[in-house]
Write a protein that binds this ligand. Structure first.
Ligand code: ZN
Length: 55
């Protein structure tokens, strides 16, 4: 039986922005002070079943 392992960090392929999952806030937060490009359409390197909501 496969067990889902939600990602706890992600990095944008385009601008290098790094974020970590804040379980308390239930949201992503900037990991290392690198917010990347403010207008970047971030493409995260997360794989697997989890997909961020896109519109
Ligand atoms: Zn980006």
């Amino acid at each position: 039986m496969a067990e889902l392992d939600p990602p706890t960090k992600r990095e944008c392929h385009r601008c290098g922005r790094r974020e970590v999952w804040d379980a308390d806030a239930a949201n992503w937060t900037i990991a290392n002070g690198n917010a990347g490009e403010p207008f970047c359409i971030h493409e995260w390197d997360i794989t697997g079943a989890y997909q961020p909501v896109t519109e």
